[in-house]
Write a new protein. Sequence first.
Length: 321
Amino acid sequence: VVTQFFVFLYCKCLWRGLKFVVRRFTGRCELQRICYNNKPGARRTLKIESSMRYSKYELLQSALGVHPDKVEKTIDDIMALKKINPDTNPQLGISLQASLLQIVGYRSLMAAVEKLRREPYDCENAEHENMLMKLWKELRPDTPLTGRISKQWCEIGFQGNDPKTDFRGMGLLGLQNLLYFAEHDKPTALQMLQDSLQPKHNELNKPDWEQKNPDKAIGYSFAIVGINITDLAYSLLVSGALKTHLYNVAPEMPSLQHFQQTFCYLMQEFHRFWIEEDPSDIMEFNRVRSKFHRRILRQLKNPDMALCPHFAASDLHLVNM
């Protein structure tokens, strides 16, 4: 309680008093100082988001939840509230608009991802079934599926004869992520699938191998891991940890495609991490996953971090310079 009181006192009194003094001294409000002193991306947008959230002005607080179509009008209102002349500060409005689009876009992305996660797989839905069949064709292009209910599904890492039961935790989001990976990074997806089925100790000679457990493989169920990594990506998104990455790679509004690209990256990195950890069997999956999760969280604490460097915002010509 005492700690909360001092935090409240700092935020409401001392910090606002300090901002008033700094503005008098520099002639710039906090939003101006953030934009002028921080490069575009997460380093700037995270500070703008924090400044607006703890502002005494309701306009700035409500701006964080404004509809994307109203962002431009909201920035004009903020500039007027702060008595900033747009003619003498033309770049400021552009920078604020791009950062605010990232902020409200992140909220929209969370809503879109949550909607997919809550939509259960429906075998009576032709669109759902077509996506599932397409996933099989992408991962097993030379092997016809003998039936909708088949043991063949285990070949791509599902647990049973009917994949729909494996989507319960992540709903349609898990299927969409797997299909996106198989379609947009097919060579990597196929290689990971092949690796996951290989005996872990295949470099041993036969006498040594006979002393090992033949069930030990590199050695995970590809589709199940994909659904699990979808859950990991979802938790990073909902917790806000993914803001660092998305604010650095999305020039304005983060989209579902950005989230799916992040999933592809996490799949590849988990595969490498699994091999590095060299677990004795699949029973160590939760331990390895938790360690991998902590590693990603540590990386995302760096405000300049982009999990997928080749999707960096600098390559997409950020407009909020």
